[in-house]
Design a protein around this ligand. Sequence first.
Ligand code: WT7
Length: 689
Amino acid sequence: MCATMGSARGFMKISSAFLTSKSQLPKPRRHQMDTLRNARAVSSTPFPEFADMPGIKSHEDLRKFSLEQPDLFWGKLAESRLVWQQSFDKVSDCDMANGYIRWFLNGKINASVNCVDRHLKDRGDQVALIWDKDEPGTEEFYTYRQLHTMVNKMANVFKQHGVKKGDRIAIYLPQSPMAVAAMLACSRIGALHTVVFAGFSAEALAGRVIDAQAETIITADQGVRGGKFIELKKTVDQAVEKCSCVKRVFVYQRTGGDVTMGKLDIPLDKEMSAASEECEPVMMDSADTLFLLYTSGSTGKPKGVSHSHGGYLTYTSVTFKHVFDYKDGDIFGCMADIGWITGHSYVVYGPLSNGATTLLFESTPVYPDPGRYWETVQRLKLDHIYLSPTALRSLLKSGDTWVQKYDRSSLRTLGCVGEPLNTEAWEWYYNVVGKKRCDIIDTWWQTETGGICISPRPSDPGAEIKPAMPMRPFFGIDLALVNEKGQVDEGDDVRGALCIKKPWPGLATTIYGDHQRFIDTYFKPYPGMYFTGDGAHRKNTYYQITGRMDDVLNVTGHRLGTAEIEDVLDDHPATAETAVVGFPHDIKGEGVYAYIVLKDGISTPFATLDVEMKALVKNRIASYAVPDVFQYTPSLPRTRSGKIMRRILRKVAANDTDQLGDISTLADPDIVKVIIKHSKKAKKACDKK
Ligand code: WT7
């Protein structure tokens, strides 16, 4: 039976039902800046938990303590920052060699209680979420009380349809309060959410749904971004055809666009309007998985990084407060989509567990024009903005007037994450956006680390900030650089593989369904330590990230496995083999360069093949994975043992062919000259487009 779900009567619009008009709301309290500064200047460390502890007078003391006594450090914070139904009896039990990571053992906790219920008494009427919808000026505000109602109703709807503790739910939603409510509703009933970025293709979505064996998908009729409608429901329909595990699809009406409702589809808004406002939270074991989030690795198959209730929540809560120096009443504006870990940790769990007001940004940095971020800052009076270097670089190119048009005096910290923030972008952020008034907080972390691990200033007002590096490890984060011999290098001005020596509560607990891959990827390369996959440089104790050391690209701040793209290109009927590498890209940080060897006898023009292959990658992965350059080559540089010498391909792609290093082990060294020659043409062809 099919029904059409347009703007049909009877379907309650969730947005208007839960909406509070701006004028009805008490403004979030705003701090007197002077009082704040004075308060900060006198406190020795901003952690009240350790204020009376003998021997802890400074940040340095606290840092030492956090490394020497991690259980005391994290135990105290977990206890005081979160609400536990039953307190834990042991702080940690970890064995990095086996990838065994457990925090706050036997503690009972629920993430939704910590993010919503606990705030009802003191700040029920405070704004929790500001939904900055695609069209500027159409924002909506949701208080903690309203969010509580949404979460409870949605959790009840899930239960009515048979969703149980331990089930996996895929969330494929636009950036919206309903998406946040969906994440928290899952956690309330102990279901694991796996949010899939709504820009991923049907195939990418299906792959994740199947890997997670999710029976439930939550989606919307359409998304809206940059003035365009995105057919989310249609994409889900295509994905579901490939997934026999899916039993139900909840559909939220974001736009009221016409969608066809099939057998598995359930109108979420309508069911919520009839559901009860009270849903008893399921108390979870601290080590139970809160969510999976798929991220690319160096093989073709994305991995479901798993995070726990107690550990993850403690780490995001503490880092949110101290990395950004968040003060009660501030408005935090993280521009990331909830489909990425940044959205999980610093749009949802970090801010809400602190009772903060957090922004949900639905649009793009350039809609309707490149002034959008700063217009949003002015309109909503953001105290903090947290964005990606890619966005910054593209805005920098658009010129200063877009920034200067708007009042940015509300801003206090300017954060960024996802890729190295180059000096030019740092300077622009500092001088032009922040008018030399704001702290630039370049944060390094990963999906696997749960929260920020390196950042300039964990709430230390006096600490110096240097351009273009995340600088200092967070409390409890014990960094090491490992040299080529596999030894930890203690020296200064050294480079090496970035590892973390001690476990911390934000560390992922497994790769869903493949614990061995978890061990092999992160704990085997340097036994006893967590290997990040990144290289880093340490000078004067400060860290700078030099880039990935594995076959993972970082395109616009998003991770992509080269193998993932190769798998797709290999499926084109004309290709014999392919090799994908990254190259430095002005805006995107890293661009995608694809070398293609065609099968014999293919006469299709290259331009046609380019178009077909681009479409293939877009349809199978996502737009951001589409290669920037295609180079057709008679063969690839292989060693005599058959291994592709990727170093050569990377150097050619980067125009860095003066010193190619030893190529004598190649089966056919002459191919290098051919590849270099053809690369000029390939790059020119792509520049024209
Ligand atoms: C990879 C993790 C964590 C949120 C977004 C990305 C790179 C991240 C920085 C930074 C240089 C950075 C690393 C890392 N990265 N932050 N401040 N400076 N590189 O999460 O998709 O898990 O990617 O992003 O290469 O390994 P992710």
